[in-house]
Write a protein that binds this ligand. Structure first.
Ligand code: GTP
Ligand code: MG
Length: 136
């Protein structure tokens, strides 16, 4: 069965939405395999976000991800990579569909990074790479 990395980003933890987000993952029928509260350093985030290096939102993104604790979750299930991305909604929380995590709980705050509550791996290769970074 497939596994993915989910992060509840610092905005989700700070707003007290960790439980609600976990409940949605469980209600969908996926399994929580491992979970930890993390305060990632810059080096770990630079690995995690290597594909975005050089983009205008890269530095604000790394700073935002160091702004407070996050929660890393190893989630398992058939097609969970695709399934969690669907549950999370599209990247921009203003227009993410209602019924998704980002659509129901997120919005634009006028900040240089889209604070969109969660991260989910986008392919089997990303999932393997990211799980190794967060659950070393
Ligand atoms: P993740 O699950 O967090 O990886 O989101 P994603 O796959 O929907 O987005 P992507 O990997 O393209 O970007 C990673 C993160 O960078 C996003 O979740 C946002 O927090 C931020 N981001 C991405 N694109 C933009 C953008 O165009 N503008 C701003 N301000 N932030 C962005
Ligand atoms: Mg991504």
């Amino acid at each position: 069965t497939e596994e993915t990395l989910v992060l509840v980003k610092p905005d989700g933890v700070a707003r007290g939405l960790t439980g609600a987000i976990l409940a949605r993952i469980e209600a969908k029928g996926y399994s929580l395999v491992d979970l930890r509260l993390v305060e990632p350093d810059r080096e770990r985030l630079e690995h995690h976000y290597a594909e975005h290096q050089g983009k205008p939102f890269y530095e604000p993104l790394v700073d935002f991800m160091m702004s407070g604790p996050a929660v890393a979750i190893r989630v398992a299930g058939e097609r969970v990579i695709e399934g969690f991305r669907s549950l999370a909604g599209t990247t921009d929380p203003t227009t993410a569909a209602p019924g998704t995590i980002r659509g129901d709980y997120g919005r634009d705050w006028g900040l240089p990074v889209q604070q969109n509550l969660v991260h989910g791996s986008d392919s089997p290769e990303s999932a393997a790479r990211e799980l190794a970074i967060w659950f070393a």
